[in-house]
Ligand binder design. Structure first.
Ligand SMILES: *[C@@H]1O[C@H](CO)[C@@H](O)[C@H](O)[C@H]1NC(C)=O
Ligand SMILES: *[C@@H]1O[C@H](CO)[C@@H](O)[C@H](O)[C@H]1NC(C)=O
Length: 405
């Protein structure tokens, strides 16, 4: 039985997709009756998540009006494997997620979060873009900021406002990757800016941010066309996802990254990123490497490195799929394997995370929400859980590739 599942999974049939959480539409627990918590259910589309113990954090960015809370979680119950329409609980509370009624900047409030992240020090990291969209028009409410919560106490341990000389506004800040040096306050966060095609680097110990610019952060103009769920569109999103390898002997990691509208994967050592002088210099020489081309129509939202195997998993928006690449091998189409594909359930895999030895993927049919209409009688938003054992990529180690300086 196990073997059968494994084989089906490797052949790209959807049988290894374990339904974990599914929603037709999003509901919230106990929305306060007073205050500014307008709720227009249809506008609530989850974009990102992060598993942590008995919680799954779920972010609903304010891409439209009527989102009562942007940072939330689903409470998991012991022994329960499948959740249907579970309600979201505001995190850390509704007050922090409440919008100012007159759209004033407020450092105590979170405006909009896309893809939060949990690190190995039991902390939740989230970027507040500070931006609300209304029918496609973005309004900048406040400076983008990084929020770090201690998950053992649910207390805010850090809020860092990203200054204007680093980024003009937060419209392009849709994910965050954390590079923990130690749990005593020495960490870096790497934030891709998909709109300006830049990388923002936050040094927690020194409590400062700087930005890196490089032409490899841009989209490829020949690789920005999409055909998903019968809808065709062109997107120009630049650098979208950053994932980190294990530490090398020198203590640094390889940061793998890709622009969304691109088939190419790139890499840069965290030795460059962590050093402000190197990261911000105008001419980068060969600091940033081309890792390889994944093949046609392999545009990806998020990707994630599995520490125990060195395999990187990719959420594939133009294929309704999850694919993988063993980072010990050369990156080319033949070594880029489809793990699972489902043209109904995996439409727009918006986020992908590895937690322990499980791979989690969130799909939300955002394409329909933008260009067509969701049928609220169907399941529209899903989080899948796939055991990494069943999503094995390729065990063959041919040669060790290096993208380091
Ligand atoms: C969004 O902007 C467009 C163009 O400026 C305008 O026509 C439209 O009315 C705006 N929509 C809303 C909801 O403000
Ligand atoms: C940072 O990089 C510069 C060169 O780009 C180098 O001169 C300097 O020593 C580095 N600093 C540290 C702390 O490694």
């Amino acid at each position: 039985m196990k073997l059968l599942i494994l084989v089906s999974c490797l052949f790209g049939i959807s049988s290894c997709l374990e339904e974990f959480i599914q929603w037709n539409q999003i509901e919230y627990e106990n929305i306060p009756e007073t205050g500014n918590f307008q709720f227009i259910q249809y506008n609530n589309v989850p974009q990102g998540f992060a598993p942590y113990k008995d919680k799954i954090f779920v972010a609903v960015p304010r891409r439209n009006q009527g989102i009562p809370s942007t940072l939330n979680y689903v409470k998991l119950e012991p022994g329960q494997d499948v959740y249907t329409n579970p309600k979201l609980h505001s995190y850390p509370n509704y007050e922090t997620n409440e919008l100012d009624a007159t759209n004033q900047a407020n450092p105590n409030r979170i405006v909009s979060v896309y893809r939060p992240r949990v690190d190995e020090c039991d902390r939740l990291w989230a970027v507040d873009s500070g931006v609300i969209s209304t029918s496609g028009n973005a309004s900048v409410i406040q400076r983008p900021s990084i929020w770090v919560f201690d998950l053992k106490t649910d207390q805010l341990v850090k809020r860092f406002e990203i200054p204007e000389h680093v980024v003009r506004d937060g419209r392009g800040l849709a994910s965050i990757t954390v590079d923990v040096i130690d749990c005593n306050g020495n960490s870096f966060a790497y934030i891709p800016d998909l709109l300006n095609s830049e990388m923002i680097i936050y040094n927690m110990q020194e409590d400062k941010a700087y930005r890196m610019q490089h032409n490899y952060f841009r989209m490829n103009p020949f690789e920005g066309d999409y055909d998903v769920d019968g809808l065709k569109f062109s997107w120009e999103d630049g650098i979208f996802s950053i994932t980190l390898s294990n530490r090398d002997k020198d203590g640094y990691r390889t940061a793998y990254f890709h622009p969304m509208s691109s088939f190419t994967e790139f890499a840069v050592s965290t030795k460059i990123l962590r050093n402000e002088t190197s990261a911000t210099r105008g001419y980068h020489g060969n600091d940033v490497k081309v890792v390889g081309n994944r093949g046609k129509n392999t545009q990806s939202t998020m990707h994630s490195y599995h520490a125990a195997t060195g395999v990187i998993y990719y959420a594939q928006i133009n294929k309704n799929a999850v694919s993988c690449w063993n980072s010990d091998r050369e990156l080319k189409a033949a070594n880029f394997k489809e793990v699972v594909r489902d043209d109904t359930k995996l439409i727009y895999p918006a986020d992908l995370k590895i937690y322990g030895d499980d791979l989690y993927v969130l799909s939300n049919r955002m394409i329909r929400h933008i260009y067509s209409k969701l049928d609220t009688n169907e399941v529209n938003f899903r989080i899948f859980k796939i055991s990494i054992k069943d999503a094995r990529c390729s065990a063959t180690h041919t040669r060790r590739r290096k993208y380091r300086n």
